[in-house]
Write a protein that binds this ligand. Sequence first.
Ligand code: E4P
Length: 224
Amino acid sequence: MKFFIDTADLSEIREANDMGVLDGVTTNPSLMKVASERAGRPLDFHEHIFKICELVEGDVSAEVTAVEFEGIMTQARALAQIHARVVVKVPLILDGIKAINALRKEDIRVNCTLCFSPTQALVAAKAGAVYISPFLGRVDDISSDGMRLLEEVVSIYSNYSYPTEVLAASIRHPMHVVEAAIMGVHVATMPLSVIKKLLRHPLTDIGLEKFLGDWEAFQQGLAS
Ligand code: E4P
């Protein structure tokens, strides 16, 4: 399973990258806003995406904000020019689907975002998206079942051997990651806080404390 970090904050990306488990980055307009606020100044979008691409060895999703075909195409081409690692994020709307199909013919890779139903995922795969991003947490937020959505997408793609990779997005906690991994989902994108929680276990902390205490006692016994 590939781990992507869901942030545009350079220090968070560096921290996750230093763990040696990072395979890519996903950004979106809201995450750019947060990164700008944290930097205390408006960030240049293209320049910032270039910096992220230089930090990480993996795909970096950068999202278009146009919602009609020509605008999406213009923005997507410009984003793809920034760096070979850029994957253009396009929303799952009619003009987005048309653009995904046209961008495929120009060898521009697309992460199809804002997916909330299996039918949407099916259409995105047929259009040629490289990644589909079902938003688990946001589905759970409206008292529906994000994991059920993910299961349906994985099973439909497997039935027809679509090459589109399933990128579990809007991940809120480690169990989202566990269940996605059990399903064999290709990628999980998550905030730094969730990446850190993946390796925590209270029995590890208790066990380590006991080992270190016993080691100390053993050393004292040797010295006396
Ligand atoms: C995915 O690429 C999106 O950026 C992200 O996962 C959305 O997550 P949220 O619902 O926590 O905003």
